[in-house]
Design a protein around this ligand. Structure first.
Ligand code: 5GP
Ligand code: ZN
Length: 113
């Protein structure tokens, strides 16, 4: 069995408030928001890194990105937004199930490192 927090959110083993769900992903609010709105788009299939993903899984990530762009009202995207995918230790990835951070609802600076 997969001992992964986000897999447990996807399966419902750990209850979480899903703001959106379709066949490819769930979208939840980040527990530690870094902007006025901070969502996580979590593909339903488990893989850690883009480098580990099959072509089919990358296609699914593409579908998730397209869908995110269509959820303008729900995610408050109309004035712009930022997508972040942390990959590995240097990026500070803490949950090893690929996910897309969606930041919106305010002007954002750029904070390298
Ligand atoms: P990473 O650092 O791997 O790119 O992002 C993991 C994100 O998951 C972090 O922003 C963290 O705040 C969020 N997170 C960790 N545990 C939970 C949780 O139990 N619930 C929610 N909603 N977010 C979580
Ligand atoms: Zn997982």
């Amino acid at each position: 069995m997969c001992d992964c927090l986000f897999c447990k959110f996807v399966s419902g083993e750990i209850p979480v408030n899903k703001v959106y769900e379709d066949e490819n992903m769930i979208v939840i609010r980040d527990i530690n928001p870094q902007a006025k709105n901070h969502f996580l788009a979590i593909p339903k299939e488990h893989f850690k890194l883009l480098a580990d993903a099959t072509v089919k899984q990358i296609e699914t990530v593409g579908k998730c990105l397209k869908k995110i762009s269509e959820l303008s009202d729900l995610l408050e995207l109309k004035n712009g937004y930022r997508l972040v995918i942390n990959q590995g230790d240097d990026a500070g990835q803490t949950v090893f199930h690929l996910h897309v951070h969606i930041l919106s609802g305010q002007k954002m600076g750029w904070q390298p490192a």
